[in-house]
Ligand binder design. Structure first.
Ligand code: UGB
Length: 598
């Protein structure tokens, strides 16, 4: 009470609320007025931020925390009354007629979409010192994830406009959710690279706030061990993206601009945009309110399982069951072996890759009710079996894929399963942990992430009629991977399978030791034999025909140990780097038609 005069009227109300909610320990240690007054004010500035950034404010946070902590202490099963079963969804096979049809529908519809990248996570499992979106997704060109994402969105924008000529040219909005851990570095990456060619006004950064930590089962807020005038905070999870989008007003802006879809995606999946056109096509054709992208899942793989949950009262929903919950849920509901592979060699539950496509009108209607609040969970680490105290403070968390949990049964919730080689290659695990992944399960490392790009591009070229040599197996950083010819192209060159097919013709072949980079939209490859390294670059106004026989000493993959700190971190975490011995390099910087015959 002695310090109340330091606070604004709103802050006094906040202080009263905290006392009523059993939080007086937050001020018990406060000295007399005149001592540390600045810190006391800063404390309430922080509390005011924590209050305003949480839907329903801190009172609601404390109430929900008490309920969830009581459930956790009682060992209550969050899936009580629900039985899991395998749902049916749309299964796409790359390159067949169905896939091409969905890709075409998706590109047409893409101009009515907004893209939202959740990039507030630090990536503790990877342990990389920078932000993950700044990592190269392949090291032939060194293009980072964020650049690839932005260039892919721009390529979609152009392709969509071309397909619906006559209409108005729209800019696809691109939102990035950041956090205090990633915000400044994300902005700096964008600014120092001129937003990778996107208009700065087309990009919006929304920063998520951390949430208050809880020190006990009564949901007493934890003070920061480093500063007793601050509440300790931790990340709340990617589920924050929904409340942030709602409170930003962007959803209404998008609706007024005639948009229909919002796509959510994660920070390090270099294959993702190969799956996006077809999956937008599925959403548009099937009229899904929610469409989750999935891939076949290996049992115990750290990706959630898409599951149909049917309640004893008749309710049912198709939802992600997170990887750490799937095994106990199955064991508790008549599947004594838990999370295991079936006869196909995969888990019967499709793996959630957390790429969601939401239909905008239905999304807004739902968010009007919830304000974007997502069903949360708490995961305290207890000191002992009495579950009365925690090893360290905990907090509420939420996941973006839990959005459908509050939807009415009438909502059209579907999912689309794609081949893993086409759609999913995240970079999440550090080399040491990746090397310990059970044989046959994916590594999800920088090594496997980059090799997956080369495999996908090789397989796509094969389907387009190019003779691409088989891969060889090699071990980098303790992980055995398939090494295909190293092939990359810009999104404007091969956004869809139809694009790739229209750009290669005749008798083309590429040997295993080859490296190929295609960095221009209108490059047409005909009767090319490549055994070495070839890099072609051209401006959009040039049309370049490439053919003949290219043979040189090429680029060699040199092994690097992840512990070798003389090599930059973003390289050594892959376990290899390119040694550039010899290459044929062509840059077409003038408009016009060119023919390069080697
Ligand atoms: N992220 C944020 O933006 N804010 C946060 O507070 C936390 C994360 P992780 P996770 O597809 O591979 C998810 O840590 O959470 C961003 C799904 O839950 O990489 O362990 C972060 O920057 C799981 O069902 O993954 O697992 C990143 O972009 C499965 O689908 C994204 O959120 C798995 O991803 C994911 O964070 C997968």
């Amino acid at each position: 009470h002695k310090n109340l005069h330091l606070l604004s009227p709103q802050q006094v109300e906040l202080a009263k609320m905290l006392v009523e909610k059993g939080q007086s320990h937050l001020f018990e240690h406060w000295p007399e007025p005149g001592v540390d007054d600045g810190e006391k004010k800063a404390f309430f500035d922080q509390v005011a931020r924590l209050n305003s950034s949480y839907p329903g404010g801190l009172a609601s946070y404390i109430k929900i925390a008490r309920e969830l902590l009581a459930d956790s202490k009682a060992g209550k099963n969050p899936f009580d009354g629900f039985t899991p079963s395998v749902p049916t969804g749309e299964n796409l096979s790359h390159g067949d007629e169905n896939f091409i049809k969905f890709e075409e529908a998706g590109v047409r519809e893409a101009q009515n979409a907004a893209f939202v990248l959740v990039a507030g996570g630090l990536g503790e499992r990877l342990g990389y010192n920078g932000i993950k979106v700044a990592l190269p997704f392949e090291t032939i060109t060194g293009t980072c994830f964020l650049q690839n994402y932005i260039e892919s969105v721009l390529a979609l924008q152009e392709a969509s406009y071309r397909m619906t000529q006559g209409g108005q040219k729209k800019e696809i909005p691109f939102v990035i959710m950041t956090s205090d851990d990633t915000h400044a570095r994300t902005l700096e990456l964008l600014e120092s690279h001129s937003y990778f060619g996107m208009k700065p006004t087309q990009v919006k950064l929304l920063k998520q706030e951390k949430v208050a930590c809880l020190e006990d089962n009564d949901a007493r807020l934890a003070l920061d061990p480093q500063n007793k005038f601050r509440v300790q905070t931790k990340p709340h999870g990617h589920g924050d993206v929904h409340s942030l989008l709602y409170s930003s007003g962007l959803l209404y802006e998008w609706r007024d601009a005639g948009l229909r879809w919002v796509l959510f995606f994660q920070d390090t999946n270099g294959l993702l945009f190969k799956a996006i056109p077809a999956s937008i096509g599925v959403s548009a054709t099937k009229g899904y309110h929610v469409n989750s992208l999935a891939v076949p899942r290996k049992a115990k793989e750290a990706i959630g399982g898409i599951t149909k949950l049917t309640h004893t009262d008749g309710r049912s929903m198709v939802i992600n069951v997170e990887y750490n919950q799937l095994d106990p849920l199955l064991r508790a509901t008549g599947f004594p072996d838990g999370d295991v592979n079936c006869e196909t060699g995969y888990s019967p539950f499709p793996g959630n890759i957390n790429q969601l496509i939401l239909e905008l009108d239905a999304y807004i209607e739902e968010l009007k009710k919830t304000g974007g609040g997502i069903k949360e969970f708490v995961n305290p680490k207890y000191k002992d079996a009495s579950k009365t105290s925690f090893k360290s403070s905990t907090r509420l968390e939420c996941m973006m894929q839990d959005y459908p949990k509050t939807l009415p049964p009438s909502a059209r919730v579907g999912f689309t399963v794609m081949d893993t080689w086409l759609a999913y290659a995240p970079v999440k695990n550090n080399p040491e942990d990746a090397a310990k992944v059970p044989k046959g399960n994916p590594y999800h490392s920088a090594t496997s992430g980059e090799m997956a790009i080369y495999r996908a591009n090789s397989l796509i070229l094969r389907k387009a009629g190019v003779q691409v040599d088989n891969p060889v197996n090699e071990v980098f950083n303790g992980q055995e991977v398939e090494v295909w010819p190293r092939i990359v192209w810009k999104p404007t060159w091969g956004l869809t399978f139809a694009d790739v097919r229209s750009k290669v013709s005749g008798n083309c072949s590429i040997t295993q030791r080859s490296t190929l980079a295609i960095k221009g939209q209108n490059i047409f490859v005909k009767d090319l034999f490549l055994d070495g390294a070839l890099m072609i670059d051209s401006i959009d106004e040039a049309e370049v025909k490439v053919g003949g026989s290219v043979q040189n000493n090429g680029w060699i993959l040199e092994k690097v140990d992840y512990k070798d700190t003389s090599v930059p971190e973003e390289i050594r975490i892959r376990g290899f780097r390119f040694k550039k011995i010899e290459q044929l390099e062509k840059h077409c910087t003038e408009p016009g038609k060119f023919e390069l015959k080697a």
